[in-house]
Design a protein around this ligand. Structure first.
Ligand code: C5P
Length: 263
């Protein structure tokens, strides 16, 4: 069986860029599970559903019928030997490239509410497992067994892959996370791989002149919804390795996780 690395944690804890870099280091496939919930949210918005509770059954069915694909793109070349590569991710919804659309302020606002819906989570779970199976078969690594997959999200180690070989819980102080997200948003996606999500994986700010405090408030609101929802809330799996990266460089964190996978 393939080796599964589950990376969970609150919003803007660096899960996505870390998970992509770790997948690249190990030659594993990568799935950004938040992007699947974001596609579900985009579908809801396009149906005129502004409050997820209005039409739960309908939305879950819609998600179940949708064709959602998360692809890793050959990322930028490393700037030098030993440099960490953070590949780009492309998200396709029924063949349409929605990589940017799923990071809009409207989606940011609604996604945690959509993700708290049980039937929507069941539909997303099926997509997560089938994408992971496909990503495993594409992984180029022969290590440690038959290749593997890295998936990041909120409930990967607790609900999606409770038997994952390696579980990481990434955390950072709320202020550190807000400042990082603010840096990412103001760097227009071209910031250094270590500090920013590359390219299209960027979230857009809640308003044109948002402050760090606005962003912190939005992150905390989303975390609150994720921690307090009924269905697979954000929790630290008992067997997860907790990494607080408030004062850690990106490189150190990526190497630490890749080394744990190689052990
Ligand atoms: O990771 P990202 O910030 O893109 O995730 C967006 C939202 O999707 C989260 O705030 C959460 O509500 C939901 N999510 C989830 N379970 C996951 C991944 C994301 O509930 N495994």
């Amino acid at each position: 069986r393939a080796f599964t690395v589950a990376i969970d944690g609150p919003a803007a804890s660096g899960k996505s860029s870390t998970a992509r870099a770790v997948a690249h280091e190990l030659g594993f496939g990568y799935i950004d599970s938040g992007s699947i919930y974001r596609c579900a949210t985009l579908l809801a918005l396009r149906q005129g559903i502004s409050d997820a509770a209005e039409d739960r059954a309908g939305l879950a069915a819609l998600v179940g019928q949708a064709d959602i694909d998360v692809r890793i793109r050959p990322g930028p070349r490393p700037a030098g030997p030993g440099q960490i590569v953070v590949p780009d991710v492309q998200v396709l919804l029924d063949g349409e490239d929605v990589s940017r659309a799923i990071r809009s302020p409207e989606v940011n606002r609604l996604v945690a509410a959509v993700a708290s819906d049980g039937p929507v989570r069941d539909a997303v779970l099926r997509i997560q497992r089938s994408l992971a199976a496909a990503a495993e078969s594409l992984s180029t690594a022969r290590h440690p067994a038959h290749g593997g997959v890295v998936m990041d999200g909120r409930d990967i180690g607790t609900a999606v892959f409770p038997n994952a070989e390696l579980k990481i819980y990434l955390d950072a102080s709320a202020m550190a996370r807000a400042i990082r997200r603010w840096d990412q948003m103001s760097s227009q996606g071209n910031g250094p791989a270590g500090s920013a999500d590359a390219g299209n994986a960027q979230e857009q700010p809640p308003a044109a002149h948002s402050s760090v405090e606005d962003i912190a408030r939005e992150l905390e609101k989303r975390d609150y919804t994720d921690i307090n929802r009924k269905h697979s809330p954000l929790r630290i799996a008992p067997d997860a390795v907790v990494i607080d990266n408030t004062n850690m460089t990106f490189e150190r964190q990526v190497h630490a996780i890749a080394d744990l996978a190689r052990e």
